[in-house]
Design a binder for this molecule. Structure first.
Ligand code: ADP
Length: 496
């Protein structure tokens, strides 16, 4: 018998399911990807077909194994990472979902959140869960399902239903209904989980009328929690983490103060906050990063809803450019934006402002403004929003990151990375591997089964592809940023 050669990462994202086989050097040996359908049944509502998610995830796992000619006995462990906060409610007997999955972006519970704030329960939620009372998180979505799906509450109280985030749904299916499980990082995004006791919080469950039996068992992020025999001989499922926490782990941000920023549709900046619960007074959320070896690591997080999507909007709706990558040359073709600022508050503002009524705003337009200025302003807005989050983190933690590690689609943009370093006054580092999320899940699983010995053994896998040093004069940086702050004020409260 030879030693297993790979760890299989299942990376279940918002728009696609991916599977990657990593070897012991952290190299991707095979990758398979499958997009699935987004459903928008009403304005502001977003749903997924949970069955489609599972079938696509299973199919890409099988394809990744086939392409590497790997047999199940070659796989040391499976790691799972997933779109966070999205919830599925399913029948314990049949394993069938009783309603489409409600996706993290869905705003259907915004009125419920207004009511919670009116009743003052948001303060309890903030203290116990570290989160804001916002439709973004899972708790109100589960409460909505119990209230609106016919018979759901009664069946939940009889113990006939299961609820869970996407990790739970995948594990349930991988184990043919044996394990109803999640990990602390996913649980910490539900608004139901006490991040001090690391358990579902009874006072919160009572408030939302959610029976405890509906919820999964909570496990560490690294450790064997179940086995799957779907691919042949049994493979341990040994790592689970929400996508942003997995990315923090994949970037090897193991030390307190280490931070990463993912520039995708939105941007998610997470900083390792060490073993004490971080308390933000600046509009960030405190969340569990991971738990392993009996130790819980927390993170401070700034979630910004629109980043790369501002470029998508300029491309698809305004038709200022043909593809997002062209934005780099366009931005570099002008010396600056000519005083234009673009605040892409299309769905309100997340961290650090949390203003659901802010709307997209472009200010400072003159007769000389052209499309290059607008495209540049869109890219700069990504950097300014990041600066707001980093400043908030600095205020909350007293520490400014020494370097910002970046990933996600827009991190390919050299102009953005340089402008980011300039506007932060902090170097920006882009790793060679663009798969930090999947890699993080693989690391968590591989560490649990001894495929890798410890964190130190992972260090040689990290390679910087390019480092961007701050070059801008301090006075210029602060002048530009002051303009951004004025522009943000203009965008706030618009839809009220
Ligand atoms: P997600 O995982 O959120 O779907 P990705 O990490 O795949 O997002 O990144 C896609 C986003 O990045 C899109 O919004 C796109 O506009 C933006 N993007 C992709 N390439 C570039 C680029 N070269 N410059 C700027 N933005 C880009």
């Amino acid at each position: 018998m030879h030693a297993p050669e790979y760890v299989l990462a299942l990376d279940q994202g918002t728009t696609s399911s991916r599977a990657i086989l990593f070897d012991s050097n952290g190299h991707a040996r095979s990758t398979a990807n499958m997009e699935f359908k987004q459903h928008y049944p009403r304005p502001g509502w977003v749903e997924h077909d949970a069955e489609e998610i599972w079938h696509s995830q299973r199919a890409v796992a099988e394809r990744a194994l086939r392409e590497a000619k790997a047999r199940p006995e070659d796989i040391a462990a499976i790691g799972i990472t997933n779109q966070r906060e999205t919830v599925v409610l399913w029948d314990r007997e049949t394993g069938k979902p009783i309603h489409p999955a409600i996706v993290w972006q869905c705003r259907r519970t915004a009125p419920m959140c207004d009511r919670i704030r009116q009743e003052g329960f948001d303060k309890t939620l903030r203290r116990k869960t570290g989160l804001m009372t916002d439709a973004y998180f899972s708790g109100t979505k589960i409460a909505w399902l119990l209230e609106h799906v016919h018979g759901a509450r009664r069946r939940a109280e009889q113990g006939d239903l299961c609820a869970g985030t996407i990790d739970s749904w995948l594990i349930w299916n991988l184990t043919r209904g044996v394990a109803h499980s999640t990990d602390v990082s996913n649980a910490s995004r539900t608004l139901l989980f006490n991040i001090r006791t690391l358990d579902w919080d009874q006072e919160i469950l009572d408030y939302f009328k959610i029976p405890r039996s509906l919820l999964p068992k909570v496990h560490p992020s690294s450790g064997v929690i179940a086995e799957t025999d779907l691919f042949g001989p049994r493979i341990p499922i040994a790592g689970i983490a929400g996508d942003q926490q997995a990315s923090l782990f994949g970037h090897q941000c193991f030390k307190r103060g280490a931070a990463k920023n993912t520039y995708g549709t939105g941007l998610f900046l997470l900083m390792n906050a060490g073993t004490k619960i971080p308390r933000s007074k600046s509009g960030l959320v405190g969340t569990v990063a991971w738990r392993r070896d009996g130790k819980t690591t927390y993170a401070l997080e700034g979630s910004v809803f629109i980043a790369g999507a501002a470029l998508q909007w300029l491309r698809d709706e305004v038709k200022l450019l043909d593809n997002a990558a062209d934005s780099e040359k366009m931005a570099e073709s002008v010396a600056d934006t000519g005083g234009v600022y673009f605040v892409p508050a299309f769905v309100g503002l997340g961290a650090p402002h949390w203003d659901a009524y802010a709307r997209g705003t472009i200010v400072g337009i003159t007769r000389g403004t052209n499309r290059h200025h607008l495209v540049r302003a869109a890219l700069e807005s990504i950097a300014y929003q990041t600066r707001e989050v980093v400043d908030a983190m600095t205020r909350d933690s007293g520490a400014r990151p020494e370097v910002l590690r970046v990933d996600g689609g827009a991190a390919r943009n050299n102009f953005l990375c340089q402008f980011q370093a300039d506007i932060l006054g902090v170097p920006v580092e882009r790793p060679r591997s663009t798969e930090s999320t999947a890699l993080g899940a693989a690391y968590l699983a591989g560490l649990a089964v001894g495929f890798w010995k410890d964190e130190a053994a992972l260090a040689p896998h990290y390679h910087t592809q390019r480092r961007f040093e701050p070059e801008m004069k301090e006075s210029r940086r602060e002048e530009l940023y002051a303009g951004w702050k004025r522009a943000v004020e203009r965008s706030k409260g618009w839809a009220r």
